[in-house]
Design a protein around this ligand. Structure first.
Ligand SMILES: [Fe+2]
Ligand SMILES: [Fe+2]
Length: 212
């Protein structure tokens, strides 16, 4: 797998010195209560049939579903390999291009959210501002986990080429790094949708400046 650009590593990460917050990615079980007043008005069951769920939101939700699905596929393939149900050559051909695609697309997705969508949504609803702080923090934490996964995956792929016992140790190290990324990502995607989709349904994409 191609090494990821070092610029990804700049200026982010889980801050081990930060006080414990209910907003922290791994400690949360959902959005804090003060950020769910729009979700209460527009619960998930209503999203798909709502007139204000436009092209942007449908595409964006589909990207989230793609990340969930690809994450599950990569995790399943890694487990199959570690359990001896997938041969090395077969695993490598499946795993390397998909992981690279997954991580590159995820990085691009975060970039667009950080630089385009979040500023527009934040400006539209000041009361949700701390929600966007929370999502910004998630992106920083996930970025560090992407970098850790890239490093572990590259070590794993090198170990696969060498063969021997080292490949199973490298596979385990990758599975730990990947588990931290996918666990955090799953939480983030749900909370991000719960914050943003109700805002889109409330205002409409054109009014928010994200319509086509
Ligand atoms: Fe995000
Ligand atoms: Fe997202």
């Amino acid at each position: 797998m191609r090494e990821m650009p070092p610029s990804w590593a700049a200026d982010c990460g889980d801050d081990v010195n930060a006080p414990p917050l209910v907003t922290a990615l791994d400690a949360r079980t959902g959005l804090p209560a003060d950020l769910t007043y729009l979700l209460a008005r527009y619960p998930r069951e209503q999203w798909r049939g709502h007139n204000n769920l436009g092209e942007m939101a449908r595409f964006w939700l589909a990207r989230h579903d793609m990340f969930r699905e690809l994450g599950r596929m990569l995790e399943a393939a890694t487990t199959d390999f570690r359990e001896g149900q997938l041969a090395t050559a077969e695993f490598r051909v499946f795993f390397a291009p998909r992981l690279q695609f997954f991580l590159e697309q995820l990085n691009d997705h975060h970039y667009v959210e950080d630089h385009h969508y979040f500023p527009l949504f934040r400006a539209a609803e000041a009361k949700l501002s701390t929600g966007f702080d929370l999502l910004d923090g998630d992106h920083a934490a996930l970025h560090a986990r992407i970098m850790a996964s890239v490093e572990a995956a590259n070590a794993f792929l090198r170990a696969l080429a060498d063969g021997g016992d080292a490949q199973m140790r490298a596979a385990e190290a990758y599975a730990v790094a990947s588990g931290a990324l996918l666990g955090g990502l799953t939480r983030h995607l749900t909370d991000e949708e719960d914050l943003i989709v109700p805002l889109i349904l409330d205002r409409g994409e054109a009014a928010l400046g994200v319509g086509h």
